[in-house]
Design a protein around this ligand. Sequence first.
Ligand code: ADP
Length: 479
Amino acid sequence: MKVLSVASELYPLIKTGGLADVAGALPIALAAHGVETKTLIPGYPAVMKAVKKPKKVYEFDSLLDERATLLSARHEGLDLLILDCPQLYERSGGPYLATDGRDYPDNWKRFAVLSKAGAEIAAGILTDFKPDLVHVHDWQSALVPVYMRYAEAPEVPSLITIHNIAFQGQFAGSLFPYLDLPGHAFYEALEYWGTLSYLKSGIITSHAVSTVSPSYAEEILTPEFGMGLEGLIASRGSDLYGIVNGIDADVWNPSADELLPSVYSATTLKKRAGNRAALNERFGLDADDGPIFAVISRLTWQKGLDLVPEVLDEILDGGGKLAILGSGDSFIEAALQGAAAYNRGRVGMVLGYDEKLSHLMQAGSDIILVPSRFEPCGLTQLYALRYGCIPLVARTGGLADTIIDANEAALAAGVATGVQFAPVTADAFRYAIRRTLRLHSDKPLWSQMQKQGMKSDVSWNRSGATYADLYQRLVSKGQ
Ligand code: ADP
């Protein structure tokens, strides 16, 4: 089966969050199931610089009046189609935000053009690649199925995956005439309270909708989590699927991780000490035995990290330390930086994004904090499981689906892998920290939990097979 995946970020080339990890790992997992994937991505500077010997495969004369070249290349096991359109993608900021932290004003066009290119590939412009199915991700490629629906081309089944429904790609309704769609597409697909919603239009026009965990698939049917799209999603009924993300078990492998000072496995957990020492040093933490709590995250309200300063005394009074890596909302950054400045030796912070350091933190710290208010799947807790770092998580979305809480029954059965709490309030969070500290003080129990987590299959094996089944079902249905 041939699949066209369209994504606005792709690990290892360009990443702002979990979407890149999934878009990068899924093609490799699916290859084992006979699925041949090509991934269409924008030609951002980081992409153009990294790929070797790209080949021109198509010239677009006018994608919403823009000229663009389609390149093909292979990079680290991935087959890429790169949309080279410097006027849209050659920017000095990130994929979505300029260096001043604001959205690029032409994001509506940057991702509509990407989507239009995707729809044309689906329609068969490439002689050697006619996809049997198109898989799009989030609002940035959500217009692909819309363009496909309104094109006079053979119908190809499509799947949209929602990685985070909070980001919907909402733009002024007055831009509609520039999208090169027939007038009736406005009310049939795109219109959302007078504006344009790219995500909504993708949900309406795709053959199936998936999200990244079974719990999140249920949550987005409710007003609390559906962010206004709950009714629309409910209308898709049995076309909605929840498939939990896996991780790249080669990139994240503590026994062969070249980014670590000390590699280890479930049978050599003592060797984590080498990473712990490096972590203490990097974050300016005291070299004592206190449990190290870690945060590796976007620092946003969604992630619940505004609560960390409120519960910090619970960690410190219990003899713990805190290492924070992240960037995000300026008030959360400032609060955490303040906490680090007032608690030298006990709290350390690195502001920014640092993939290498994130490996060291998973390998050297004891507990990873993921107090998200909502979490479609979450990857950080999966890396933690693999690295013998105990996840302390909010009971929501993928966190609820992937972590087994250390309650009495789970402890007795030896299956606990972490600590969950709900609701996401400072009180419940504090109580969870106290529970975690108690568990940590029982060394045999703690190492049993670490080993149990390290045994969990967090790779793409299972979910790769589930996606392959879903693809097959959609293709068979379309025939
Ligand atoms: P989201 O996609 O909502 O940000 P996920 O947990 O699904 O959250 O994925 C986030 C990914 O980005 C994880 O791989 C996490 O470890 C990583 N990450 C987040 N912030 C940082 C950072 N500051 N430095 C390094 N890695 C980070």
